[in-house]
Design a binder for this molecule. Structure first.
Ligand code: ACO
Length: 333
């Protein structure tokens, strides 16, 4: 799916908030569980540490503070929100949706609320849906949340997955704005690659060998990621009649520094226009892009008028890009 935003119906991000668990887990700590080392993890992934939720923390415990911060920044009350989408593969439970739990806590009694499952690409899919609902006149103010508590799915004996992921969530408010906001989107899925990154036995299909842990073919995902980050970005740029030189800030999914470096080189993005924070958070799945946006804002690297290119990719296999002109003033809450 690819499309340009409708001219005259401008929608943008008007508030941004994030929340990560307090608990920091370093590479050295992980080496107590599995045969790995800080050196191996930093060399192959660029990750130094990640945040890990406590036993009491579920996704909504991260999503709610992130949402409250985003609402406060936008100057919007929970009751004024009429759409809540939570992109996640680790909801509090299968049902009720985490979005419904968040809506209740925020007093968003007029909101449609649902969870969306698109792996690590979830936030990009949810952004596109939020945009579409506002541009189509179905909603006036949307809260789009991306977040995961992937540590619940860790196999603490599997070094090939354990070292890659972390927990975190981010939220944005979407509203109509007077100036240009979203410019275009490109989203896709290739179910044929589904078994490269999956959680067999987590739904209605019965598997002989099911367990509750992430299973991944790292090399296949690596090949997919390096190809799709480039292709999706090029496709959406072409659709919007822009080139990479028009992009002021590039925010790729934070999975692995080697994947990001590859995409950056192929696309020809100067390194000072790339946001990288995977070193501090690991791969937080749907939380990855909003957390990177928040860091860019905090570092004063994201200012009104800048063209921002975001690309996510993940389980499905799925991918998604968005281009927007940043309209919001001020750092994330
Ligand atoms: N510590 C030490 N050694 C390890 C570790 C570890 N944590 N993990 C694997 N190894 C070993 C392997 O067993 C292998 O040993 P062998 O040669 O004796 O068999 C060796 O290191 C090399 O393994 P490779 O898999 O070839 O290592 P590679 O350079 O491909 O890096 C990695 C592995 C980091 C997982 C890489 O393939 C990768 O990043 N893939 C993409 C994963 C990803 O990003 N997934 C999520 C994206 S989608 C989403 O966000 C949900």
């Amino acid at each position: 799916m690819i499309g340009r935003a409708t001219a005259g119906l401008e929608v943008s991000i008007t508030g941004l908030g994030c929340k990560v668990p307090e608990r920091v887990m370093t590479n050295d700590e992980l080496s107590q569980f599995v045969d790995t080392s800080d050196e191996w993890i930093r060399e192959r992934t660029g990750i130094r540490e990640r945040r890990i939720a406590s036993q009491e923390e579920a996704l909504s415990d991260l999503a709610l503070p992130a949402a409250r911060a985003a609402l406060a920044q936008a100057g919007v009350e929970g009751a004024e929100i009429d759409l809540i989408i939570v992109a996640t593969v680790t909801p509090d439970m299968a049902f009720p949706s985490t979005a419904a739990i968040v809506a209740d806590a925020l007093g968003a009694t007029d909101a449609a609320a649902y969870d969306l499952s698109a792996g690590c690409t979830g936030f990009m899919y949810a952004l596109a849906q939020g945009y579409g609902m506002l541009a189509g006149g179905l909603a006036r103010r949307a809260l789009v949340i991306g977040g995961d508590v992937l540590s619940r799915l860790f196999d603490w004996t599997d070094r090939s997955t354990l070292v890659l992921f972390g927990d975190g969530a981010g939220a944005v408010v979407l509203e109509a704005v007077p100036q240009q906001g979203f410019i275009g989107f490109e989203l896709g899925a290739d179910g044929a690659g589904g078994e490269s990154l999956w959680l067999p036995g987590s739904g209605s299909r019965i598997f002989d060998e099911a367990d509750r842990h992430i299973k991944m073919n790292g090399r296949e995902v690596f090949k997919f990621a390096t190809r799709i980050l480039v292709q999706s970005a090029e496709d959406v740029l072409a659709k919007c009649e822009l080139t990479i030189d028009d992009v002021d800030l590039y925010i790729p999914h934070q999975a692995n520094v080697r994947i990001i470096d590859h995409a950056t080189r192929k696309l020809g993005v100067p390194s000072d226009r790339v946001v990288i924070n995977v070193d501090r958070y690991g791969n937080t799945s749907s939380g990855s892009i909003p957390l990177a946006l928040a860091d860019a804002l905090a570092d004063d690297r994201l200012r009104p008028g800048m063209v921002v290119l975001m690309t996510g990719m993940g389980a499905g296999l799925t991918w998604g890009s968005a281009i927007m002109r940043w309209t919001m003033d001020g750092a994330a809450a």
